[in-house]
Design a binder for this molecule. Structure first.
Ligand code: SF4
Length: 445
């Protein structure tokens, strides 16, 4: 393996556009039976799971692409659908989606053929489609919004590195993604043309900064999506970080297992296995993303001993109700992904149509607690604008003290008393003037 970043190249891509795309405006007449099959055409070795739905899409719009090629992440990445004109040959675009193609949005449009296959071709309100297909609402700058809502640039000691918390850093290893989420917090920087070589030039200074800061024990590699990089580039970066004695854990944040699950290849897993303890945060938004393909990708990562956590953004009309969120979190657990964070949608420019009221997330978590296993309940956080970090918001189950009893409300709304004579708030406080019976445990005093 080379130690020189400049020598690292992306893995060779298949030539783009192997096929002519047929001009069908809709394919809603196709029925997509639920189920899965494997790429087992006689002359080809099994490569990856492919659902009946994905396979029907492949046969209709990419008839010259065989199963092996479809299951190759290089092909998926090189053949991303990057124009609404092309997407319009595969599904019926709404007038607003068509208009959005004429305006300037901060974020480019791109989606893998695999992920496009999961869209409802006839319904612009389809949750997966809404997260990826631009609309004119993105043109608006709404109150409270900005290009860098988390103030990352102000906490960046060297380009491509964010140091906001005492013991960990965010390493922005790439600005590329295999698909661009319309609510992306980093829409100011991701997907800009020709940025790969520029980004790689930032790595040495970022690594040197980490080497010179022994208080940093945890590096989160993000971007962009680090799994758009080649195995060789990842191997190089991980090996450099692992050589730093004070780095205890390395984390990777990625949506690739969801939008390009074919990326989780045996050779990638061989690389990742070398750098334990290595954890991965999976960006997943809706239960419809947990396809047979995504399930296989996540299973492969889990089998490689990589602890998996989920990161989900709360999105209006997409996952902002208890049944959808519960189904998503239970589905993630079934694929061995531990629900981790549920984020209030950051106020990035043009995202108001995705943002719920802040307390919607509290209500959803409250609606889940007690009704499903505790492992399935994520921590709801607001990432404080300006760089204050993640602030958890939880339902309040504490009603206050009554004498030496702490009064608690359970998930059904029933009140219970827990004898708690040793609590300092019950005996020593009184500054609030309400006496112990009005105290909520100290926070209001
Ligand atoms: S995968 Fe992550 S970095 Fe890429 S567009 Fe989506 S939210 Fe942004």
């Amino acid at each position: 393996m080379s130690s020189n970043i400049a020598e690292i190249e992306q893995s060779p891509m298949e030539p783009p556009s192997l096929l002519g795309v047929q001009n069908h405006s809709v394919y809603s007449d196709i029925s997509f039976p639920v189920g899965m099959r494997f790429a087992v055409e006689k002359e080809l070795p099994p490569a990856f799971a492919i659902s009946e739905r994905s396979d029907a899409f492949r046969r209709r719009f990419y008839p010259e692409v065989n199963l092996k090629t479809w299951c190759d992440w290089h092909w998926q990445y090189a053949n991303r659908i990057t124009s609404l004109e092309q997407l319009g040959t595969m599904l019926s675009l709404s007038p607003d989606e068509l208009d959005a193609g004429t305006g300037l949005a901060a974020l480019p449009f791109a989606v893998t053929p695999y992920y496009a296959a999961q869209f409802d071709p006839a319904n612009p309100a389809d949750p997966l489609r809404r997260t990826m297909v631009p609309t004119t609402a993105e043109w608006d700058l709404n109150p409270g919004e900005s290009a860098d809502p988390l103030g990352e640039d102000g906490h960046s000691p060297v380009p491509g590195l964010v140091h906001r918390y005492p013991d960990r850093v965010l390493f922005l290893a790439t600005d590329a993604c295999s698909a661009y989420c319309r609510y992306c917090t980093r829409s100011r920087r991701v997907g800009k043309p020709g940025s790969t070589s520029t980004v790689r030039k930032r790595w040495p200074a970022a690594i040197e900064y980490i080497e010179n800061h022994p208080e940093v024990r945890d590096v989160l590699i993000s971007g962009g999506d680090p799994l758009t990089m080649s195995d060789a580039a990842l191997d190089h970066l991980l090996s450099r970080l692992r050589r730093i004695p004070h780095i205890e854990i390395i984390r990777i944040g990625s949506k690739a297992p969801i939008v390009m699950p074919q990326r989780i290849t045996p050779s990638l897993l061989r690389v990742l296995r070398r750098y334990h303890p290595l954890l991965m945060s999976i960006h997943c938004t809706h239960p419809g993303e947990l396809t047979p393909e995504a399930t296989e990708a996540l299973g492969r990562l889990a089998d490689a001993g990589i602890p998996l956590g989920s990161q989900t953004v709360l999105l209006k009309g997409i996952n902002d109700d208890v049944p959808t969120m519960t189904k998503l979190m239970q589905g993630l657990l079934k694929t061995r992904v531990r629900p981790y964070y549920l984020y209030h949608c950051d106020p990035v420019q043009g995202s108001a149509h995705f943002r719920t009221h802040i307390f919607k997330g509290v209500d959803i978590v409250r609606g889940m607690r007690g009704h499903t296993t505790g492992y399935a309940i994520p921590t709801y956080v607001v990432d404080a604008p300006g760089g204050g970090g993640k602030i958890p918001l939880m339902p309040d189950y504490v009603q206050g003290y009554d004498g030496e009893d702490l009064v608690l409300r359970n998930y059904e709304g029933n009140l219970y008393r827990s004898y708690d004579p040793a609590a300092p708030a019950a005996h020593e406080c009184g500054d609030c003037g309400k006496g112990c019976s009005g105290c909520n445990g100290g926070s209001s005093c």
